[in-house]
Design a protein around this ligand. Structure first.
Ligand code: MRU
Length: 363
């Protein structure tokens, strides 16, 4: 199963509505660019590579929509701008929209544009699935090495948020090495941060790893430091929404604190990402990566299951103000290494450029 696909017969885009997981599994049809924008903004779909793939399908739907009007260029461009702006932090979205518009720019006939857009969105999706598999194949060596160092005893890995197949297309980024390690029969156990406010760890990563039969334990967001101090974490692997070409990592809020705790305890902190998540222009993550601020109600309320029904309940006094910064930036100096589809590297500009030489000059 994938979190997004194109239905051949209707040409509509189908997604899993991740807002409702794990208690309700619902598939939703996206019919036009407005549906795509809503799905990204309201987090029916989320996770950097999946936001990119959804944006790509959005451009395809924008062509389909514009074809039905007498002002193709105007309708198409406005739709692309809206898609691009749906969420600001994951760079994959702008990357996918730009790649899609470039891919169809040579065609003059709208139906030719539509065919090219459909092909390119499919290509982006397949490439991201393949990238994740390769990330897993490279990253598993870190787990194998840790298992050797522990004479085969359980390797404990801590992860934050959901950087699994739900956030990507297949395998995930941070989870890909875990899936491959499990396939190889390596004894692993995953500490899953609950990841407030929207609990992507508790709702999504726990669901994914449970389905895959990978041993895991859910922990409150602030437990990681304690576990690290007591030798209960061998490595941290997280995903990212945008990483500068100098190695600063934006990821789900709270990631920075895990990186600090990992450094203080001498625990390796790895970031898994495809090339599409590097920002080849930004050099300073703290100054240049836009950090999304979302509805404070996501902090003030929490969603759960009661009597078989999903319910949202208020956590704090009714008039409590809340701040909802969705991401933070972990400086490159706290990152042990990157795991990419092209291999692993240190978190330096030079090492990243060594893996992606054709992009490094593109600033
Ligand atoms: O707000 P979200 O759920 O879209 O945030 C997702 C994350 O922070 C993920 O860790 C990141 O996108 C990497 S996904 C492979």
């Amino acid at each position: 199963m994938r979190p997004i696909w194109l239905e051949k017969s209707s040409g509509n885009v189908k997604i899993i509505d991740q807002r409702k997981l794990p208690h309700v599994f619902e598939i939703v049809d996206l019919l036009d660019a407005d549906d795509i924008v809503r799905a990204i903004r309201e987090m029916y779909v989320r996770g950097a590579p999946l936001i990119g793939a959804t944006g790509a399908f959005g451009v395809y739907l924008a062509v389909r929509e514009a074809m039905k009007t007498s002002c193709f260029d105007e309708v198409f461009q406005r739709a692309c701008e809206n898609i691009r702006a749906a969420r600001p932090t994951a760079v994959n979205l702008a990357w996918a929209v730009d790649r899609m518009t470039a891919a169809i720019s040579s065609a003059t006939d709208p139906s030719e544009k539509l065919a090219l857009a459909r092909e390119e969105a499919g290509r982006i999706t397949e490439e991201e699935a393949d990238n994740c598999r390769r990330i897993g194949e490279h990253g598993v060596s870190l787990i194998e090495e840790a298992a050797r160092g522990k004479n085969g005893r359980t390797v404990n890995i801590l992860t934050h948020c959901n950087a699994g197949w739900l956030a990507c297309i297949e395998y995930g980024t941070a989870t890909a090495p875990m899936y491959i390690a499990a396939e190889k029969g390596i004894d692993i156990h995953i500490w899953i941060d609950e990841t407030r406010p929207l609990n992507q760890g508790a709702r999504l990563t726990a669901w994914e790893l449970g389905k895959a039969g990978i041993r895991h334990t859910l922990i409150p967001d602030n437990a990681g430091g304690h576990l690290m101090q007591h030798g209960m974490v061998d490595m941290v692997i997280v995903g990212t929404d945008r990483t500068t070409h100098t190695g600063d990592v934006a990821n789900k809020i709270g990631t920075y604190l895990k990186a600090l705790a990992a450094r203080d305890n001498g625990i390796p902190f790895y970031v898994a990402l495809p090339g599409s998540t590097f920002d080849w222009r930004a050099a300073d993550g703290l100054k240049q990566i836009p950090i999304e601020q979302r509805d404070p109600d996501e902090v003030r309320y929490v969603q759960g299951l009661e009597g078989g029904k999903t319910k949202s309940v208020l956590l704090c006094p009714e008039d409590t103000p809340a701040a909802n910064y969705a991401f933070d930036v972990t400086p490159a100096r706290l990152v042990t290494g990157f795991i990419t589809e092209r291999g692993m590297c240190e978190a330096t500009k030079e090492a990243i450029a060594g893996l992606f030489p054709e992009m490094a000059g593109d600033k």
